[in-house]
Ligand binder design. Structure first.
Ligand code: THU
Length: 134
């Protein structure tokens, strides 16, 4: 499973997005435990209920028992390619460290290879909580 395969999975997921309100379709694919989990944005007439592609993919991995993310790809049609929103970065940080490879794939083959740590430096995490595991 190369980064290219992960981008292909994210692009395939993007085609299944439900984005009638924004018209902005996003696909995501995460690699976890040797498998790939896809997600796409799913909007709602009550706009605030929208689920982003990245969080949908992470939830799919977690529900399958895989919490250790190894890589993520996000597909949009923008140039430069769209990065994950703040909420999605925080969700990724729950299940991956700063070295997590993040591939952003946009219009006409536009690519950005980055890491979670670059997109979300000094992330908040469980270690910052006074009481863990409660
Ligand atoms: N969106 C994502 O799916 N991922 C992001 O990280 C940024 C935003 C979606 C949410 C909404 O359906 C549309 O893009 C416009 O904000």
């Amino acid at each position: 499973m190369t980064r290219r395969d992960l981008v292909q999975a994210a692009r395939a997921a993007r085609r299944r997005a439900h984005a009638p309100y924004s018209g902005f379709r996003v696909g995501a694919a995460v690699r976890a435990g040797g498998r790939v989990f896809e997600g796409a944005n799913v909007e709602n007439a009550s706009y605030g209920l929208t689920i982003c592609a990245e969080r949908a993919a992470v939830v799919a991995a977690v529900l399958s028992g895989r919490r250790d993310l190894q890589a993520v790809a996000i597909a949009s049609a923008t140039s430069p390619p769209t990065p994950p929103c703040g909420m999605c970065l925080q969700t990724l940080a729950e299940f991956a460290g700063p070295t997590l490879p993040v591939t952003l794939a946009g219009a006409r083959g536009a690519r950005v290879e980055t890491t979670l740590g670059e997109l979300l430096p000094r992330a908040f995490g469980a270690v910052g909580l006074p009481r863990r595991g409660r």
